[in-house]
Write a protein that binds this ligand. Structure first.
Ligand code: NBP
Length: 497
């Protein structure tokens, strides 16, 4: 169907969606699949035809293509709600400009992209000046999640959320304690929570890649053994989407006719791509003075992976100096069975530290902005649909339910017990990797985070002394109140005499 005539011919749609690339197309089909009539629009019209055709093929779903912004907006029931799923940044502003011209006070714009939260806050004020409501909604789960049930993180106008709550609750992934959606909070909170989710995702992926590196290059495990180990891990405390797909990846064979058969994973260039949400997470952690070393290590590892040529040159230079990169795995003396168990424990304990960092970042931002984020509820809506979905998120949810003021996930009694039980294996893995020249930045950053956080006394006294020595920054004492300054050089000279 085409244009205004079509809009007049059909009953008005309950909701609209503009932007029909991977995410938009699949989310629109999901909405229609749940029985909500939806109008769809895209700047390039071939994607509208494609989506309408898919809706027909997938069971005559109630999805209606509209070919210009005006017909699209007018084909939606009032108060109108329009989801936008275009590339973040300027395309969102351009799409809002094109659509809002035809919208009326009380209508809602929902941006589902990975948007920088301050852009959402700016758009909330711009929309409000026109009487429009606005939500910035994190959507996680990739293509499959969008089609079959994503995790949704809507923040902004509460009234706008109430207008579409029934749709979002049906469309989201379903877990035993409800749909994976909740009203996150005001302003850009939905985008901020999605950004931190992505930062945690960076951490998970890095830690898994380090587990792979150690098992392969210290333990000498083959791809098929790795597939079995990850599949087995996916039946226990590590059960999660990322562990599950990792097991699958090791089993996939290369289908290219290069004459050199084997698993595809070995043919993939070791350079990781990224789109920016991990960088924003680390920047925000620094802004808020929150230590997030595991997430930062994951970001740094992506940057260093990008230096492929430099790394190849460096390998040559160090080889000439006698430092061989060649791992003759399995490294002699390594007990493979024990290594596998230790790596499992190292991965789990490292993950807990990474989530603790992400949660602390969320809490710090919530305090700064007055968002009132409910950390337990955030862990709950990540249990299904999204990339970091994992069984242990239920335990994180319970930890914050037990104690919403929990200073750090590590000191929840259950997690504390688990960390202590796993530290032996964790230290062995990090030690073994370091001894053998295998970088484990995520696992060691997590271990350093744990070892720093759990110590009641750190060498920071010496740093304070140095600061006071060269900059008269003063220091506090352990035995009395106040700020103190010492003439260090004078006293040191006296001590030398
Ligand atoms: P892309 O991020 O690749 O964006 C493509 C869409 O943006 C197309 O519909 C394109 O229209 C539209 N667009 C562009 Br580009 N410039 C435009 C403009 N100036 N005016 C109007 N439309 C414009 O799509 P995606 O991968 O589906 O992601 C959508 C959002 O969801 C992004 O923010 C992304 O970060 C986020 N996200 C993606 C995933 C994922 O797995 N892909 C997961 C979670 C979140 P055209 O067809 O006319 O070029």
């Amino acid at each position: 169907m085409e244009g205004g005539a079509a809009a007049a011919a059909q009953a008005l749609s309950r909701i609209g969606l503009a932007g029909l690339a991977v995410m938009g197309q699949n989310l629109a089909l999901n909405v229609a699949d749940k029985g909500f009539a939806i109008s769809v629009y895209n700047r390039t019209t071939s994607k509208i035809d494609e989506t309408v055709e898919r809706a027909r093929r997938e069971g005559q779903l109630p999805l209606f293509g509209q070919y210009n912004p005006r017909d699209f907006v007018l084909s939606i029931q009032k108060p109108r709600s329009v989801i936008i799923l275009v590339k973040a940044g300027a395309p969102v502003d351009q799409t809002i400009a094109a659509l809002s011209e035809h919208m009326e006070p009380g209508d809602t714009i929902i941006d589902g992209g990975n948007e920088w939260y301050e852009n959402t806050e700016r758009r909330i004020s711009e929309a409000s000046a026109k009487g429009l409501l606005y939500l910035g909604m994190g959507v996680s789960g990739g293509e499959d999640g969008a089609r079959n049930g994503p995790s949704l993180m809507p923040g902004g106008s509460h009234q706008a959320y109430l207008n579409v709550r029934d749709i979002l609750e049906k469309v989201a992934a379903q877990v035993e304690d409800g749909p994976c959606v909740t009203y996150i909070g005001e302003g850009g909170s939905g985008n901020f929570v999605k950004m931190v989710h992505n930062g945690i995702e960076y951490g998970d992926m890095q830690l898994i890649s380090e587990a792979y590196d150690v098992l392969k290059n210290v333990g000498g495990l083959s791809n098929s053994e790795l597939a079995d180990i990850f599949a087995e891990w996916n039946t226990g405390e590590l059960e999660s989407f990322l562990i599950e797909i990792t097991a699958d990846i090791f089993n996939v064979r290369d289908e290219e006719e290069t004459g050199n058969k084997g698993e595809l994973v070995d043919k993939i260039l070791d350079k990781t791509g990224m789109k920016g949400t991990g960088k924003w997470t680390v920047q925000q952690a620094a802004e808020l003075s929150i230590a997030a070393p595991t997430i930062a290590a994951s970001l740094d590892s992506r940057y260093m992976s990008g230096l492929k040529e430099e790394r190849q040159n460096a390998a040559q230079i160090f080889k000439k100096e006698g430092l061989e990169e060649d791992f003759s795995s399995p490294i002699s003396g390594v007990d493979k069975k024990r290594l596998i168990d230790d790596v499992r424990q190292a991965l789990y304990a490292s993950k807990i530290c990474s989530y603790a960092q992400g949660m602390n970042l969320l809490r710090a931002k919530s305090v700064e902005k007055g968002w009132g984020l409910n950390l337990g509820e955030l862990a709950r809506i990540w249990k299904g649909g999204c990339i970091i979905r994992a069984v242990f998120l239920d335990r994180i949810k319970k930890a914050y339910q037990r104690n919403p003021g929990l200073a750090n996930l590590l000191v929840d009694p259950e997690f504390a017990r688990e960390m202590v039980a796993r530290q032996g294996g964790w230290r062995r893995v990090v030690g073994l990797a370091i001894q053998n020249g295998i970088s484990v930045p995520g696992m060691s950053a997590s271990l350093q985070y744990f070892d720093t956080y759990r110590r009641s006394r750190l060498p920071a006294n010496l740093v304070q002394a140095q600061r006071d020595y060269f900059g008269a920054h003063t220091y506090e004492r352990v035995d009395k109140e106040g700020a103190f300054h010492t003439e260090w050089s004078k006293l040191a000279r006296k001590a030398r005499i």
